[in-house]
Design a protein around this ligand. Structure first.
Ligand code: NDP
Length: 326
C-alpha cells in the first residue's frame, strides 16, 4: 500500500481524500492543516493533524500530496516539504513554473526525494498534449480553449466590486472559432474571438446595477478584452444553479505533412469536467503513484508531467498493461 498524506484541506484536499479512498493500492494516513485541526472535518473521518506534526510522521508517509493555493501556499510549502518527503503539487502560475522548479529541485536533491510539480490538467494533461502535438506535427499551430467553466479568479474579481455580494463567472469558448480550428483553417484568433465571459451576480440591496455591470465589462485584464454578459440573480438562484465548479477545455494541434504539405491533420484533446477540483485531485493521485515508484527505484529530484513515463501512473503491472491496453 502506498501511504498518502494530504497537506491543506480545501477543494483539492477533499478531492484527494475521495480519489485515494477509491484507489486499491493506496491508504490515507492523515490530513495536515494550518488551521486548528478540531475545526477541520474530513469526509472519511481520516485524522487531521496540525501542520508541524507532519515531520514526526515521516516514516509513515510515502508521498505528500500538497493541496494549497498556487498564489501564496505552494511556493513556500512545496520547497519546504520537498527536502523531507516525496511531494506532488498542482502549482498553476504558468509564468513562475521555472522558478518554482528550481526551488523545489534544490530541496529534493538535498533530501534525496522525488517531487513532481504542476500536475493537474492545465498545467498538466493539457501541457502534455501540447507537447505531443508539437513533437508529432512540427509544421502546425497550437490552440487552447478553456471552458465552459468557472474561473475562480474572475469570480473573485467581480466580488471585489462595491455593491456585489457574490458572483460566479463562466469562461466559454466561441463556437465558430472552435469549428474553424477543427476544419484545419488555421485562423489567427484575437482574445475576443476565442472566449466569451458570462457573469452571474448577486448584488447588495439597493446597489446601482448599471454601475456594477459597467465596472465588470470595462475591468482591465479580466473583462475589457472579451464580450461579457452580466446577469443579476438572487442568492437562492446562485446557490441552486451555480454552486458546482465545472471546467474543461480543448487542446488542438493542427498541422500538415507530405512533401508539399498536402495532407492536413487535426489532433484534439477535450476535457469536460463536472468538478474541476475533483478531476485535478484524481490526476494528482495517479501521479503520486508515479512519485512513489520513482522513489522506490532510488530516483530523486524534481520532475514535471513531461518526465513521467505513462506506465508509472497505472496500478497494473507492465505485463498486464501490454496485454490489455496495447
Ligand atoms: P482552496 O482555496 O479550496 O484551498 C487552498 C487552501 O486554503 C487549503 O489547502 C487550505 O489549507 C486552505 N483552506 C481551505 N478551506 C479553508 C477555509 N474554509 N478556511 C481557511 N482556510 C481554508 O483551493 P483549491 O483546493 O480549490 O485549489 C488549490 C490550488 O489548486 C489552486 O490555487 C490552483 O492553483 C490549483 N489548481 C490547479 C489546477 C491544474 O490543473 N494544475 C486545476 C485546479 C486547481 P489549510 O488546510 O492548511 O488551511
Amino acid at each position: 500500500m502506498i501511504k498518502i498524506g494530504i497537506v491543506g484541506y480545501g477543494n483539492l484536499g477533499r478531492g484527494v481524500e475521495c480519489a485515494v479512498s477509491k484507489s486499491n493500492d493506496m491508504e490515507l494516513v492523515g490530513v495536515f492543516s494550518r488551521r486548528n485541526p478540531e475545526t477541520v472535518k474530513t469526509h472519511t473521518n481520516v485524522p487531521v493533524y496540525e501542520m508541524k506534526k507532519v515531520y514526526d510522521m515521516k516514516d509513515q508517509i510515502d508521498v505528500l500530496v500538497l493541496c494549497g493555493g498556487s498564489a501564496n501556499d505552494l511556493p513556500k510549502q512545496t520547497a519546504e516539504l520537498a527536502e523531507h518527503f516525496n511531494v506532488i503539487d498542482s502549482f498553476d502560475t504558468h509564468a513562475k513554473i521555472p522558478e518554482h522548479f528550481e526551488d523545489v529541485n534544490k530541496a529534493s536533491v538535498n533530501g534525496k526525494h522525488i517531487s513532481i510539480i504542476s500536475v493537474g490538467w492545465d498545467p498538466g494533461l493539457f501541457s502534455l498534449n501540447r507537447l505531443y502535438g508539437q513533437a508529432i506535427l512540427p509544421n502546425g499551430n497550437d490552440y487552447t480553449f478553456w471552458g465552459k467553466g468557472v474561473s475562480q479568479g474572475h469570480s473573485d474579481a467581480i466580488r471585489r466590486i462595491e455593491g456585489v455580494k457574490d458572483a460566479r463567472q463562466y469562461t466559454i469558448p466561441v463556437e465558430v472559432s472552435l469549428e474553424s480550428v477543427r476544419n484545419g483553417e488555421n485562423p489567427d484568433l484575437t482574445t475576443r474571438q476565442k472566449h466569451t465571459r458570462e457573469c452571474f451576480v448577486v448584488a447588495e440591496e439597493g446597489a446601482d446595477l448599471e454601475r456594477i455591470e459597467n465596472e465588470i465589462k470595462t475591468m482591465p485584464n479580466y473583462f475589457s478584452d472579451y464580450d461579457t454578459t452580466v446577469h443579476f440573480i438572487s442568492e437562492e438562484e446562485l446557490m441552486r444553479d451555480h454552486k458546482g465548479i465545472p471546467h474543461g477545455g480543448i487542446v488542438f494541434r493542427t498541422g500538415t505533412t507530405g512533401f508539399d504539405n498536402e495532407n492536413k491533420h487535426v489532433m484534439e484533446y477535450k476535457l469536460t469536467l463536472d468538478s474541476n477540483p475533483e478531476f485535478t485531485s484524481s490526476v494528482l493521485v495517479a501521479f503520486a503513484r508515479a512519485a512513489y515508484r520513482l522513489a522506490s527505484e532510488g530516483q530523486y529530484g524534481c520532475k514535471t508531467i513531461f518526465d513521467i513515463a505513462p506506465a508509472y501512473l497505472h496500478p497494473a503491472t507492465g505485463e498486464e498493461l501490454r496485454k490489455n491496453l496495447l
